[in-house]
Ligand binder design. Structure first.
Ligand code: LLP
Length: 420
């Protein structure tokens, strides 16, 4: 997202008091979403994959009702990975047959709910297969049940978000359990889908394509034995370039590699599903936080802000892998420039590691300036931490630079209700 656009939005947010105004004593932290960029992503994913595919947005990446409703309006479904996400998607009116339920720890009652509503379930392990068989004795359902297999194509550059190594906790390891997979499909005709998800961020396109290839090969082999495959879910996992500029995620490049190496995805052999989160959302959001104080400690320059690990826990525990771009804006919203020096950008939380940037070359920072953290639309607010009881910030959406409130800031009364 270009900075000039951010400058315009920030200036109108300041005029409208969205950031409590520089002279007010409010906790000046806001999250902004660019609805034009969001819609462009929804259109792009539909453009590059075959018609009739079920594209879902991963609720874990961005669960804001306004954003999910926009996805629904564009014909997308929802990928849910917990009871909360599932109920949220159902309440927002997503068609159950457009909802995927991927939790690796589904309880009996969660399974019964999903089956009775006709949600697509992806089973994570063989014990869950048996649990579903029992549930189907009680609940009449023609929900599609798919099996999540781990295609064992290896890890990307970030271990904690890679899910296709041979020891990953997700899904059924394909090479290890191949015979048992075939046995399960033979025993249970309601198993009618396959699911792979190779990882999130740091998994190159080649890895994602290899995962899809293995899923298609397995699906063809299952069909060859007379089993039905109604849906082939290739997961999400398309990375974004946090350090890079405004280039949008590479949906088209991914699709063209798939077209070359896994043509069955495009020629109608299977109905496919996707579950993108980060690539749909990361580049559509950013965060503005007022600098409360600046100080120096042991020769380091530190700017104390309201944006820390409660929003950017990744940047804190793996700063080399998840460095979000940061720009500094003055109290009117204008981009600051001038000679750069190394700055630590500190969050408000009570631990020393709460630094969203360390030694970052930035122009001189003063109290009242704004730190803007870019590419913050995915896995930020949805990973909000309750540590130190910070209040969840206000969220604004904008089109052009017209702002509207998507979610009011949490109040101390809301917080007390949370803890009670
Ligand atoms: N499908 C499944 C089964 C997943 O587990 C995930 C992400 C997705 C789809 C969406 O992947 P995406 O397209 O967003 O890469 N805590 C991390 C993110 C973990 C992602 C977990 N699963 C973070 O801090 O960014």
């Amino acid at each position: 997202m270009e900075t000039s656009k951010i400058e315009r939005v920030l200036a109108s947010a300041l005029r409208e008091g969205a950031l409590s105004g520089v002279n007010d004593d409010g906790p000046a932290l806001c999250v902004f979403y660019d609805l034009d960029d969001l819609r462009a992503g929804f259109r792009e994913v539909q453009r590059v994959f075959p018609q009739g595919a079920l594209h879902t947005t991963a609720v874990k990446a961005n669960g804001l009702p306004a954003i999910l409703k926009e996805a629904k309006r564009f014909g997308l479904g929802a990928e849910s990975a917990s009871l909360g996400e599932l109920v949220h998607a159902l309440e927002l009116g997503f068609e159950p047959s457009n909802i995927l339920f991927d939790s690796p720890a589904k309880t009996r009652s969660e399974i019964e709910l999903a089956l009775s509503r006709g949600v697509i379930l992806n089973v994570d392990n063989f014990q869950e297969v048996e649990r579903i068989a029992q549930a189907l004795g009680k609940v009449k359902s023609n929900a599609i049940v798919g099996m999540r297999v781990n295609p064992q194509v290896g890890a990307g550059t970030i271990a904690s978000t890679s899910t296709a190594t041979s020891t990953s906790k997700f899904g059924i390891t394909l090479d290890e359990h191949r015979d048992a997979i075939f046995d399960a499909f033979a025993k249970y005709p309601w198993l009618r889908g396959l699911h792979v998800h190779v990882g999130s961020q740091g998994c190159g396109l080649d890895l994602l394509v290899r995962g899809a290839r293995r899923a298609v090969d397995l699906a063809l082999a299952l069909r060859g034995r007379g089993h039905t495959i109604d849906i082939l879910d290739i997961g999400g996992g398309l990375s974004v370039d946090y350090a890079g500029g405004d280039a949008p995620p590479a949906f088209a490049e991914y699709a063209s590699m798939l077209r070359e190496h896994v043509p069955e995805i495009f020629d109608g052999t299977f109905r496919i599903a996707t579950e993108f989160g980060r690539a749909l959302h990361a580049k559509t959001g950013w965060v503005a936080s007022r600098v409360e104080y600046t100080k120096s400690a042991g020769g380091r320059r530190i700017a104390v802000t309201h944006a820390g690990a409660e929003l950017f826990v990744r940047a804190v525990y793996q700063p080399d892998k998840w460095a979000h771009r940061i720009t500094i804006h003055d109290a009117t919203g204008a981009l600051k420039s001038g000679p750069a020096a190394p700055w630590d950008i500190a969050g408000p939380l009570c631990f020393s590691g709460d630094l969203i940037a360390v030694g970052r070359e930035l122009p001189a920072i003063e109290p009242g300036d704004f730190v803007v953290v870019h590419d913050a639309g995915a896995y930020t607010l949805s990973m909000w931490s309750r540590y130190n009881s910070r209040l969840v910030p206000a969220v604004y959406g904008y089109e052009g630079s017209a702002l509207h409130l998507m979610k009011a800031a949490e109040t101390t009364e809301d917080l007390i209700r949370f803890w009670s």
